[in-house]
Design a protein around this ligand. Structure first.
Ligand code: KG4
Ligand code: ZN
Length: 332
C-alpha cells in the first residue's frame, strides 16, 4: 500500500509517503523550534496555529517529493492521539476531509504505536516478534512487549517524568536552548560522567518501573549548591546523561531476565541520543539479542512511522472519516 502519513501531535508538522510500511518515499518535517525557543518549552496555542498554516504545504511537499499524487495513494494515516489536543485536531480534521473527499480509507494511529515501528523504516528487516521496545520520548517512557503489530503490552512505565522531559528540564537549568535533549547531549560530549554521582532509581528486584523526578531534583539542588562551582557544566551534563542511560539500560536488562525476546528495539525522541543508543546496542550484544535503533530522522516525531504503523496493524485502525475525533489521552 501507498499511504500518506500526517503527524501533528506536538510541535512538528510532519507528513510522509510510505510504501508497504517500509519504503519511505518522502518524509517532511517542519520544525517549529524557533517559535517556541524563547518560551523555553512548547506553547500549545502557537503549535496548533503553526500546524494550521503549515500543514497543506507539508502535504503537497510530501506528495511532490514522493513523485506521487493524492489520486495515487491508497489511504491516509493520521495521528489521533495521544498529544496536545489543539495540535492533534489540525491533523485529524485535515485527514478526515481528505479521506472523505477522495473516498479513501482513513487510519487513526496511536502516536506511540508509530514510535514502535520507526526502527523498521527504510530497512530490509521485518519486525522480529516478539520484541521488547524501550520507548523514550518527551511525554512517555515505557517498556512494551510487542507480540505482534496488533498485540502490544506496556510492561513498565515511568512513575513521574518522562526521560525526555528530564533532559529538557535539566538542560534548562544548565542554561541550554530548547529543545534541551540534543543540547545537553552536545554539552556532555566533553564531560566526565563520573564527576557527579547522581542517584539511579532502582525499584525492588523483579520490578520494571522507571522514575526520573528524584534525579531531576538532585540535579537542581546540585546546580544551586557550592559544589557546582568546582564542576564544569559539561561534567554535570555527562553525569546526568549517564544516570538516565544507566537507569534505562538496567530496566531493559531486567526485562530480558524475565523472558525471552527475539530483539530489543529503541524508539522515541530520546533514541536520538548517541550515548543511549550505544549502551542499548551493548546491552543487546551482552544479552545475545539483536538490538535495533531507528535512523536518527525516525527517532523524533515523524509521519513515516505513522503510515508504517497503520499498515502493519492491518485494518485495526480504520475509522469513519465522518466521525473520527482526536483523543489527547488515547490509551496505548
Ligand atoms: O518523540 P519526540 O520527538 O516527541 C514526543 O513524542 O515527545 O521526543 C522529543 C523528546 C524531547 O524531550 C527531546 O529533548 C528528546 O526527545 N531528545 C533527546 C535527544 N533528541 C531529542 N534527548 C536526549 N538526547 C537527544 N539527542
Ligand atoms: Zn513522539
Amino acid at each position: 500500500m501507498l499511504l500518506l502519513g500526517i503527524e501533528t501531535s506536538c510541535d512538528d508538522t510532519a507528513t510522509a509517503v510510505v510504501r508497504d510500511a517500509r519504503d519511505v518515499l518522502s518524509n517532511v518535517s517542519t520544525n517549529q523550534d524557533e517559535f517556541h525557543a524563547k518560551y523555553g518549552g512548547i506553547v500549545p496555542e502557537i503549535a496548533s496555529r503553526r500546524h494550521v498554516s503549515l500543514l497543506s504545504a507539508a502535504i503537497d511537499d510530501a506528495l511532490v517529493r514522493a513523485h506521487t499524487s493524492l489520486d495515487a495513494i491508497d489511504g491516509i494515516a493520521v495521528t489521533a492521539g495521544p498529544g496536545l489536543i489543539g495540535s492533534l485536531v489540525v491533523g485529524v480534521a485535515t485527514a478526515k476531509a481528505l479521506a472523505f473527499a477522495l473516498g479513501k480509507p482513513l487510519y487513526a494511529v496511536n502516536h506511540l504505536h508509530g514510535h514502535v515501528f520507526a526502527a523498521f523504516l527504510d530497512t530490509a528487516v521485518e519486525p522480529p516478534y516478539p520484541f521488547l521496545t524501550l520507548l523514550v520520548s518527551g511525554g512517555h517512557s515505557q517498556l512494551v512487549a510487542v507480540e505482534s503489530a496488533t498485540e502490544m503490552l506496556v510492561i513498565a512505565k515511568t512513575r513521574d517524568d518522562a526521560a525526555g522531559e528530564a533532559f529538557d528540564k535539566t538542560a534548562r537549568l544548565l542554561g541550554l536552548s530548547f529543545p534541551g535533549g540534543p543540547a545537553l547531549e552536545a554539552l556532555a560530549r566533553d564531560g566526565d560522567l563520573a564527576a557527579v554521582e547522581f542517584p539511579r532509581y532502582r525499584p525492588e528486584a523483579g520490578t520494571l518501573d522507571l522514575s526520573f523526578s528524584g534525579l531531576k531534583t538532585s540535579a537542581r539542588y546540585f546546580l544551586a549548591s557550592d559544589a557546582a562551582r568546582d564542576v564544569s557544566p559539561a561534567d554535570v551534563a555527562a553525569s546526568f546523561q549517564a544516570a538516565i542511560v544507566d537507569q534505562l539500560i538496567d530496566r531493559v536488562e531486567r526485562a530480558l531476565d524475565m523472558r525471552r525476546y527475539h530483539a530489543i528495539v529503541l524508539s522515541g525522541g530520546v533514541a536520538a541520543n548517541m550515548t543511549l543508543a550505544a549502551a542499548f546496542r551493548r546491552a543487546g550484544a551482552e544479552n545475545g539479542v539483536p538490538a535495533f535503533v531507528p535512523e536518527r530522522r525516525f527517532c523524533t516525531d515523524n509521519a513515516a512511522m505513522i503510515a508504517a504503523a497503520a499498515e502493519r496493524r492491518g485494518n485495526l485502525d480504520l475509522r469513519d472519516p465522518l466521525t473520527l475525533t482526536a483523543d489527547p489521552n488515547l490509551p496505548f
